[in-house]
Design a protein around this ligand. Structure first.
Ligand code: IMP
Length: 432
């Protein structure tokens, strides 16, 4: 099997970083295929905390090469700072990191327009203000700048002039001003020079890797419910976060992907605006936030917390064609006296087993109550080590969403993991 895709099965922040870090030693290549510096994964390197927004966490593994693929949008300043921070901690990136020349560049005005829109709008999305939406707008409007453009000063300036022309009236309407093409070009060609060694035809490298029989991990960002096509539109991000996005975002065909693994927390969180049927605006919600340290690693915002939404997870299983789900943060549920899981929604007197196309804010979650547990989980290394109630919780998830649970994370550290196995293993883990 050449490629395995790892995708967020909820509203992002499912713990993809930890799972990719666990899977990376089995892979030759890790390719991030969507999103930008709106994502964030906290790593501990040599006892020091480091947050990566763009570079896959696989970079810490000596024999794993990493690619930031063509489906991403790249803030070159952020990328350079991440590379420098890795070097400062003794992690080399030479020979290990490549960035696609086709990935689009997040420009300074993308960020300022994102911020101004959020400030002015009555229906703010609650974006990360990293310029993601405006950058993808430029991409689909066919006026964007790509990483390869940073390497040619004249082309960069000309493209910037044309690009800024389009944004000028938008900025004026929002009461903002735009920098000049000269200023941006001067700064960004400097960044391009500093990144020259890593900017390359990364898609060709991924395809060559497939041809050579290497193992490739395709790393998604954000989650299914934030996906531009399958999420809670318009409260979504602007990229194809789902497993299907991995083909276009890495530059490969679907026949090379052998398995799709969805990552889901044992409960649900969401950052930013938009409907969230199982949200808990009470003490239990706060307990989940505290126990799960649910504060954004990119913006520091407190995450909205709620019970596990199996309707959303069922949707993720189907739209991503998941073979397996990795459950993270099961330990966070320890000590809750009873656990609710949302098995269906009710809308206008009808029972729904999948999210409706609109009016998600009007649905009533239908819950079933499961038994809680008090035991500490961090020492559990297999499902059989878990308390009976925790095993029943996982079995219930499998039954409701029709997908096997594989890895179970029971604490923040690498070792706090049950049933870890090779994601490229040809024989599927045993079904229960
Ligand atoms: P944008 O991606 O910054 O445009 O934000 C759009 C929506 O996606 C907002 O609700 C953000 O909070 C959410 N979002 C973007 N990236 C992440 C992430 O990595 N984790 C969780 N939510 C995210």
């Amino acid at each position: 099997m050449s490629a395995v895709v790892v995708v967020g099965a909820q509203w992002g922040d499912e713990g993809k970083g930890k799972v990719v870090d666990l899977y990376a030693p089995y892979a030759d290549l890790v390719v991030r295929y969507a999103g930008g510096a709106n994502a964030g994964h906290t790593l501990v390197v040599g006892g020091e905390k480091l947050i990566l927004h763009l570079i896959p966490s696989g970079i810490l593994h000596e024999r794993t090469r990493c690619i930031v693929g063509q489906g991403t949008v790249i803030d070159p300043g952020v990328l350079l700072r991440e590379i420098e921070a890795l070097h400062a901690r003794g992690v080399p990136t030479e020979e290990r990191l490549l960035v696609s020349q086709r990935a689009h560049v997040v420009l300074p005005h993308h960020k300022s327009i994102d911020e101004l829109r959020e400030k002015k709008s009555n229906e703010a999305i609650g974006t990360t203000k990293r310029g993601i939406g405006p950058c993808y707008e430029d991409k689909v409007a066919r006026r964007g700048l790509r990483m390869g453009d940073l390497l040619d000063g004249t082309r960069l300036r000309d493209k910037l002039e044309a690009n800024l022309e389009c944004w000028r009236p938008v900025a004026a309407d929002l009461g903002g001003t735009l920098p000049t093409a000269e200023d941006i070009a001067a700064h960004y060609s400097g960044l391009g020079e500093a990144l020259r060694e890593v900017i390359s035809d990364a898609g060709a490298v991924v395809r060559a890797s497939i041809r050579d029989g290497e193992k490739i991990l395709l790393e998604g960002a954000q989650g299914t419910m934030l996906d531009i096509d399958n999420g809670t539109y318009p409260y979504v991000t602007s990229s194809s976060a789902v497993a299907g996005g991995a083909c276009a975002g890495a530059g490969i065909g679907p026949t090379h992907i052998g398995r799709a693994i969805g990552i889901a927390k044992a409960y649900t969180t969401r950052v930013g605006g938009g409907p969230f049927p199982t949200e808990l605006d009470d003490e239990t919600g706060q307990q989940l936030r505290d126990a799960g340290a649910e504060y954004g690693s990119t913006t520091g915002r407190p995450r909205r917390c709620g019970w596990l939404d199996l309707v959303a997870l069922r949707h993720a299983v189907t739209v991503n064609g998941l073979d397996e789900i990795a459950i993270t943060k099961l330990d966070v549920l320890t000590a809750l006296p009873a656990l609710e899981v949302c098995v269906a929604y009710e809308l206008d007197g009808r029972r729904l087993s999948h999210p409706p196309y609109e009016r998600l804010d009007a649905v009533r979650p239908i819950y079933e109550t499961l038994e809680g547990w008090d035991e500490e989980l961090s020492g559990c290394r297999s499902r059989d080590d878990l308390p009976t109630a925790a095993q029943a919780y996982l079995a219930r998830i499998e039954r409701e969403v029709g997908c096997r649970v594989g890895v179970v994370s029971v604490g923040p550290d690498r070792e706090d993991t049950a049933d870890l196995c090779d994601p490229f293993g040809l024989s599927a883990p045993s079904t229960r």
